[in-house]
Design a binder for this molecule. Structure first.
Ligand code: ZN
Length: 657
């Protein structure tokens, strides 16, 4: 493992002790082989000046909810050191009391809640303390006689701590183990089945020690010929089956989830490992992970439904075997699955959550194989994992991430998403929690919502069936399925009377405004049949009910599209897929309405552009957002009994009413 300390960089953080704490915490955080997604914690001891200019001995410790990779100064809670040390002398302190007491001892009202390891950090008499869940260490501790191996590898300057529950119990254990120890002789601690601590008088010292301790473990694994021993293989996954698996996972969870397939060479290699099934049923890399991944995976069998039932009854059994009075079972839905011969699939209520689980899963199955190559994978037993999974404090962390958005866990494809109505639909569906995939010829679609992890854009010409098929397959590989299609891409061609429409114009306009919708629908149907509350919404036009002279190809194509929507409603109803169409008009904030076209249309009616824009009954302009609101309504549960409907979004048109 590379030591990432850079003196030049560190200098920029040398203003004070806390700045350097930020710097070296980020060094730890950016190495996924040390910590993953909010795992681990760090601290620095210093002085806090109160309003009376009185110095208070303080522990600045990572606040819960912060990630070491991106932590800022505000991410460290200042806590009175003496108070924490006093807490450590109590013989008992339950978790809720501990959190309350730590909060009371915090010197800044806006500070995050101090880490549950604050008391332990306070007990370590070094200025800087670093704690990680390093893969290399865990692969050794998670084997039979792991403690013996650690003893062989490290000298007396590393304290070996048997596994106990994190929090107050762990702090007490360390206090007990170190009561007659000279801390000056120690440079770190290895917590069996959990992780590693290092400490030092300055930030570099503590960080260097962490890297050294981990490197020693890596060297040992190399010597034993177990280092990075993972299988690799290749496979072409069956995407229809994948969409069925993701649907089942959603049903088991009781809400829609994204399914992230890992069929990388390593993912597939692992799924073909001869011990893959028993490895996936055996526990987590570090106890912390159990709240995200559950203690074991769903093993997908030939009979999907039977294997799903098997998983659920296994989880119920695990709960019954370990519960104490008063505990309610958590959602038993699987967090990840082993798809033998293909790879692993991670499930989450958002793309972000699924990705976090995928990262943890990646490190876990690598570690499993390394442990197996070394000796044999043997993580903490289920009863210990259960304590953490059902630990009140961990549950509180998860509650913060709870989603209750209407389209959470669903996957929506929107064509023509780079601008206008398509873009507004993408915005609204993202706001309401859906994963959104945008297709557009315009490659701006790729980076349209680059800050939103639920968005993915594809440059895709929907008039090209092969491209459409490929892109839709890629959606399934990425998210596990497809639920909602908003078929929007289209153009408003220039006005030409019927007698003058050329063959070329006819084919071109019909191709984009009609055939392309069929290309997309046809490629989506096999997958939305396995979707969750599946729905299709087409974007038509007011012209279908009230054509305007000159807009021949446009009106004819959109009328054909309306018939297609009606037919689709009939054909897809047996699969519980609803199909509806909206007919917008007077929407001028779209790419379709160039100034030239506006002039053109106004001229057709013999009126000014201004008049042309306000010719609806409500005399109000219609915006893309207005159309998107109706589209999201038609895609939602609120319209669960509506299919085959045509809804105008045109401000009212007397020729239609
Ligand atoms: Zn930990």
């Amino acid at each position: 493992m590379k030591n990432l300390w850079n003196n030049q960089e560190a200098k920029k953080f040398s203003k004070d002790d806390l700045s350097l704490r930020v710097y070296s915490s980020r060094l730890l955080g950016q190495n996924p082989e040390l910590v993953l997604h909010g795992g681990g914690n760090t601290s620095v001891k210093g002085i806090f000046m109160n309003i009376f200019k009185e110095p208070i001995k303080t522990l600045f410790i990572k606040g819960s909810g912060w990630d070491l990779k991106t932590i800022e100064k505000e991410g460290f809670a200042p806590v009175q050191l003496e108070y924490l040390l006093q807490l450590a002398t109590l013989s008992k302190l339950n978790d809720i009391e501990m959190v309350k007491e730590q909060r009371l001892a915090t010197l800044e009202p806006q500070a995050p809640n101090p880490s549950v390891e604050a008391i332990l950090h306070a007990l370590i008499p070094f200025k800087y303390v670093d704690h990680t869940h390093a893969d290399a260490i865990l692969t050794i501790t998670n084997t039979p006689n792991g403690k013996q191996k650690i003893k062989e590898i490290y000298g007396s300057d590393i304290l070996i701590v048997p596994y106990v529950m994190p929090g107050f119990i762990l702090a007490k254990k360390i206090a007990e183990l170190t009561s007659s120890i000279d801390w000056g002789q120690l440079r770190g601690m290895i917590l069996m089945n959990h992780g590693v601590f290092s400490f030092g008088d300055n930030a570099k010292h503590s960080y260097d020690r962490m890297i050294d301790i981990v490197n020693t473990a890596e060297k040992y694994l190399k010597k034993k010929n177990a280092w990075k021993k993972y299988a690799k293989s290749k496979v072409k996954p069956d995407l229809i089956t994948l969409s069925k698996i993701r649907k089942l996972a959603s049903e088991m969870t009781g809400e829609s989830v994204i399914g992230k397939l890992n069929h990388s060479p390593e993912g597939t290699g692992f799924s073909k490992h001869q011990r893959a099934i028993s490895l996936c049923l055996s526990g987590t890399l570090t106890p912390d992970h159990v709240i995200r991944t559950k203690p074991f995976a769903w093993i997908i069998g030939q009979n999907l439904e039977a294997s799903a039932k098997n998983y659920t009854s296994k989880y119920i059994k695990y709960f019954k075997n370990n519960k104490n009075a008063g505990l309610t079972m958590l959602n038993s839905g699987p967090k990840w699955a082993l798809w033998p011969g293909v790879g692993t699939i991670c499930f989450g209520r958002s793309n972000k959550e699924a990705n976090i689980i995928k990262d943890i899963n990646n490190h876990t199955f690598r570690a499993m194989q390394v442990s197996d190559a070394l000796h044999k994978w043997k993580p903490l037993p289920f009863n210990k994992l259960f304590e953490v999974e059902y630990w009140e404090l961990e549950q509180a962390k998860l509650k913060k991430e709870n989603y209750s958005l209407p389209f959470q866990g669903q996957i929506t494809l929107i064509t023509g998403a780079a601008s206008g109505i398509g873009k507004s639909c993408a915005e609204i569906m993202l706001e309401k929690g859906s994963v959104v995939v945008g297709f557009d010829k315009n490659h701006n679609v790729v980076n349209l919502f680059h800050n939103n992890s639920n968005y993915k854009g594809y440059t895709c010409d929907v008039t090209k069936p092969k491209q459409v098929e490929q892109s839709i397959k890629s959606i399934i590989s990425n998210f596990g399925g497809l639920d909602i299609l908003v078929s929007n891409a289209g153009i408003f061609p220039n006005s030409v009377p019927l007698e003058s429409i050329s063959d070329k114009k006819w084919r071109h306009d019909i191709d984009i405004n009609l055939t392309a919708h069929h290309n997309v629908l046809r490629a989506c149907i096999p997958f939305i049949k396995n979707g969750i509350e599946s729905s299709v919404v087409f974007i038509g036009t007011r012209n279908v009910g009230a054509p305007g002279p000159g807009a021949g190809t446009y009106t004819i194509a959109k009328s054909g599209l309306t018939q297609m929507a009606r037919l689709a409603a009939l054909e897809l109803a047996p699969h519980q897929i609803r199909v509806n169409i909206v007919h917008p008009d007077c929407v001028y904030d779209t790419a379709v309405w160039t100034k030239r076209i506006l002039q053109d249309r106004a001229k057709q009616y013999g009126i000014s552009i201004k008049k042309y824009k306000s010719r609806n009954l409500l005399k109000k302009p219609v915006h893309s957002r207005d159309v998107a609101e109706i589209v999201s309504f038609l895609a939602s549960k609120q319209s669960a009994k509506t299919t085959g409907a045509q809804i105008p979004v045109d401000g009212g048109n007397d020729r239609i009413i």
